[in-house]
Design a protein around this ligand. Sequence first.
Ligand code: COA
Length: 178
Amino acid sequence: MSVDKFFTLKDGRAIFIREVFVEDAERLHEFYLKVTSETEFLVTLPEEVLDVASERNLIRIYRSSHNRLYLVAFYSSQIIGALKLAGNRRKRMSHVAELSIAVKKDFWGLGVGSILMKEAINWAKSHEIKRIELTVLDNNKRAINLYNKFGFVEECRMKMATILSDGHHDLILMAKFL
Ligand SMILES: CC(C)(COP(=O)(O)OP(=O)(O)OC[C@H]1O[C@@H](n2cnc3c(N)ncnc32)[C@H](O)[C@@H]1OP(=O)(O)O)[C@@H](O)C(=O)NCCC(=O)NCCS
């Protein structure tokens, strides 16, 4: 199933969504440096972002796995969002995929996250994924609203799992069944 598509954002701009290519590694590296530096909602720090060679290897793994999806959103030639669905490597858990998503701050609230989520869930339904799970910081209201909108429900809280500039925060485990 191809996910190459154009969409119109709430402000009228057009974006393009497609699966990742190995050639995207440099631009993705820059994208992750940017998004990890502009928000604390991502647990990864800029200095912990994968280097370009590791990002290339990761893309190869995604492209060669039957239960993994790596979507990239472009505005013009600029990467503005990315979503990963990491299907479990073990056969007995291969129906379980972990979701992660990030959108550049300039584009928050315009529908990019919803577009990526919808495409990923549709892909998962046709790739034998039965459970999608994710973790989200307890103060990340926008992300929690996004996940609720797509039918994710809270399963448990990992108390004090992270430390941000204002102190400890819980990580909420959410899941959706397909
Ligand atoms: C969370 C994130 C992916 C959402 O992407 P987005 O493109 O901003 O999402 P959308 O514009 O599609 O909005 C999705 C929903 O969020 C909610 N939302 C939007 N703006 C909001 C705001 N200011 N406050 C609270 N909720 C808001 C709404 O429910 C919205 O759905 P609606 O448009 O149908 O009303 C994005 O903000 C982001 O990358 N944040 C930083 C990284 C991050 O938090 N990643 C997730 C880690 S678990």
